[in-house]
Design a protein around this ligand. Structure first.
Ligand code: ZN
Length: 371
């Protein structure tokens, strides 16, 4: 006889296996002053992702960002000028390559250390077969969590691209040529609202060589944070589906970090993916310069619906930015993911659509991109 508690547990358990386009959890663990005690294996009161909460939410994997912050550390919010219903933040300064490489190696080592300590609960995946096998094992709330090693901003790599080849050999499978600052490869967007993502020049010659090398190695190129000319340069040069791992619709929120309808259409036409971010500054029509978290979950649903209506369910996925930005308090953290899938169901997304949105689209694009 089923007990009442077993029954209520079954109802509460996460149903969908979520593979997510972007998190900054490694950075919060790597830099204690940022993470304020954030750990991976115990349940935390701080931050958005740890193993116990991932289990509750059905989080089964994602892009684990390796990001090098400026030194000395500062928040871009401290440098924000708010006026006339908009805001602007001065473009961040470029980073020193040797500093970024040292930091990147430290963060990547942390990822491998967590994998080792996890006794099979966290697995760094390097091939589409490994990813598929990982996600096929267990339910939404158990089975190994699949981590894709991703560098957000390619500052660690110099023009010789030596570091790209070595990092790839170690397990790197995704990179963004830029974060919101210049690199030797291209230019990120400064944080501005309302403003176009067309904020500067396109890829440099080194950037064009980076795209070709990523294609050759089968490293996914993430177009989050790049300015619009850089986006179009990659669209022209790359032979892989276009991917923007954590962004939202510029038409609904005119933030430089969001992508225009034309860019969304190009991603769809390439067979790629728009990962919809949960960042409150990307979601709200008013730009939310103060990053207030009473933004509802329905704002995430609104952006997902918009992109789906434009390019189809095959080309949309989730790209939270957990541990990297302010997200709706209604969602809370990774344990709140079933609230998002419930709202998507209520909005008319069926099981097939939700399987694509929560993981299957990412699996398809990795199979087309990785070698
Ligand atoms: Zn980002």
């Amino acid at each position: 006889m089923a007990t009442r508690s077993a029954k209520s547990k079954a109802v509460k358990a996460a149903k969908y296996k979520i593979f997510d386009g972007h998190n900054d959890t490694l950075l919060s663990i790597f830099l204690p002053e940022r993470g304020k005690g954030h750990t991976f294996f115990e349940r935390n009161e701080v931050g958005h992702i740890d193993l116990p909460r991932a289990r509750e939410g059905g989080f089964r994997g994602g892009f684990f960002a390796i990001f090098t912050p400026a030194y000395p550390p500062h928040s871009f919010m401290d440098q924000m000028t708010i006026k006339d219903g908009g805001y602007s933040v001065q473009m961040e300064a470029p980073l020193d390559q040797a500093f970024a490489l040292k930091h990147t190696l430290g963060m990547m080592r942390l990822l491998f250390t967590l994998e080792k300590q996890s006794n099979g609960q966290l697995k760094v995946v390097r091939t589409a077969d490994e990813l598929d096998a990982c996600l096929a094992t267990g339910s939404a709330s158990d089975g190994p969590i699949a981590a894709v090693a991703h560098i957000e901003g390619a500052e660690a790599i110099d023009g010789s691209l030596d570091a790209l080849y070595i990092l790839h050999a170690a397990g790197l499978r995704s990179l963004g040529p830029v974060w919101s600052r210049p690199t030797i490869f291209g230019y990120g967007v400064p944080f501005q609202y309302p403003a176009s993502p067309d904020t500067g020049p396109g890829l440099t010659d080194a950037g064009k060589r980076l795209v070709k090398a990523c294609n050759e190695l089968g490293v996914l190129i993430d177009l989050s944070h790049i300015n619009e000319k850089g986006f179009w340069d990659v669209a022209e040069l790359s032979d892989a589906p276009l991917v923007v791992t954590h962004t939202a619709a510029h038409e609904l929120c005119a933030f430089t970090r969001n992508i225009t309808d034309k860019q969304i259409d190009a991603v769809g036409a390439s067979g790629g993916i728009v990962g919809v971010i949960y960042g409150v500054g990307n979601l709200r029509r008013d730009g939310n310069g103060e990053r207030t978290t009473e933004t509802p979950i329905s704002d995430i649903v609104r952006h997902i619906q918009y992109v789906v209506d434009r390019i189809g369910i095959e080309h949309v996925a989730l790209g939270s930015d957990f541990d990297g930005t302010s997200i709706p308090a209604e969602l809370g953290d990774v344990a709140g993911l079933p609230k998002l899938t419930a709202q998507l169901q209520a909005a008319g997304f069926d099981d097939d659509a939700l399987n694509k949105l929560t993981h299957a689209n990412w699996q398809r694009v990795f199979r087309q991109t990785w070698k």
